[in-house]
Ligand binder design. Structure first.
Ligand code: TYM
Length: 335
């Protein structure tokens, strides 16, 4: 008998270009999981407007992000790839879930605290209720697993709490999702300030590597990466004492498939300079086929439009089933 496959949902905001962090923390695993799960991978443009965006840039990045999803290995025939704003059920369930999410819960979210500190002039209601919309994204598809980087774990846990609360009142409406966080690469740090997360909204361009970046720029950024000011000059995995080296080791491990001990052995007796060059080269080789394929796909806008339209149709059909059930449970009159 054909058993129902488990469901995966994840998304990335097109609020900046895709980074090596989002690749290593999330997309890499999406590709791996896409063979065995029923997968929904979304471009969450509605989340992106919680911070002010230039409309033309937002539109361009959403399309480019779709091309990069495909170029990373997500086959649109096997995965539902779509744009959040094309499926109105996200906003509709988002509103319902707003009414089942507590002010105190939202106030505790680290990302809200960080982003409101960075955007003090625009602490809008959307930025605050964002986790409820994210919960809607996940719960609409009766998702089992949410592959994300470490920084999103708190949001997935809140989503679970919201689902438990809703199910507690109305019966089993939502599947309870679990976060899926990789062992290596869950938190890639900035190359210039390894105490901060690598982030697409990073103001320091040298700290962040983009998937579409040119090889010479990638190599240069790695050569300039901050290593540690210890006198040891030795490649050893010790995140507390050597955060810069540990970050580069994480990156190299994800790019090459080597474990930390193998990496330590490879660079025994060699200095940081050699190490940084090698990490840079491994990332260039990792990104080369992705960039080339994405550039190719971006020349064919009709194809990309057919992918996001088909994706939205498939997603909307599944999402509508959950939304209908929720509307009925809360007592809305059927049309
Ligand atoms: P976003 O757009 O900030 O990041 C996208 C994904 O990339 C991961 N990530 C990282 N992983 C490791 N190291 C890093 N430096 C790094 N930077 C980013 C993130 O953990 C994330 O998995 N709220 C989400 C988007 C979202 C979502 C969802 C995710 C909206 N709805 C539903 C999952 C399910 C966000 O802001 O991710």
């Amino acid at each position: 008998m054909d058993e129902k496959r488990k469901v995966i949902f994840s998304g990335i905001q097109p609020s900046g270009e895709l980074t090596l962090g989002s690749y290593m923390g999330a997309i890499r695993n999406w590709v791996e999981l896409s063979e065995t799960y029923d997968c929904y991978y979304c471009i969450v443009d509605m989340h992106a407007i919680t911070v002010r965006q230039n409309p033309a840039d937002l539109r361009r990045r959403a399309l480019s992000q779709l091309a990069q999803y495909i170029a990373c290995g997500l086959d649109p025939a096997k995965n539902t790839l779509f744009i959040q704003s094309h499926v109105p059920a996200h906003a509709q369930l988002g509103w319902v879930l707003d009414c089942y999410t507590m002010f105190g819960e939202l106030s505790r979210m680290t990302q809200f605290k960080d982003k409101s500190a960075k955007n003090a002039e625009n602490i809008n209601a959307g930025l605050f209720t964002y986790p409820a919309l994210m919960a809607a994204d996940i719960l609409l598809y009766q998702t089992d697993l949410v592959p994300v980087g470490d920084d999103q774990k708190q949001h997935v846990e809140l989503c679970r709490d919201i689902a438990i609360r809703f199910n507690g009142v109305y019966g089993d409406v939502f599947t309870l999702p679990e976060p899926f966080i990789p062992k290596t690469g869950a938190r890639i740090m900035s190359l210039t300030t390894p105490e901060n997360k690598m982030s697409k909204s990073d103001k320091d361009p040298g700290g962040c590597i983009y998937l579409m970046e040119k090889p010479e720029d990638v190599l240069r950024a790695f050569k300039r990466a901050k290593t540690d000011s210890d006198t040891e000059n030795c490649v050893r995995f010790d995140p507390a004492a050597k955060p810069g080296v540990a970050n580069l080791m994480q990156i190299y491990s994800c790019a090459s498939g080597l474990g930390f001990e193998e990496i330590e052995r490879e660079f025994e007796g060699r200095g940081y300079g050699d190490f940084k060059t090698k990490v840079g080269e491994s990332v260039v080789e990792l990104l080369r086929p992705i960039r080339e394929k994405a550039e190719d796909l971006l020349k064919n806008k009709d194809y990309l439009a057919s992918v996001y339209r088909e994706g939205a149709d498939r997603a909307a059909a599944v999402a509508a089933r959950t939304l209908r059930k929720v509307y009925k449970k809360v007592g809305f009159v059927e049309r």
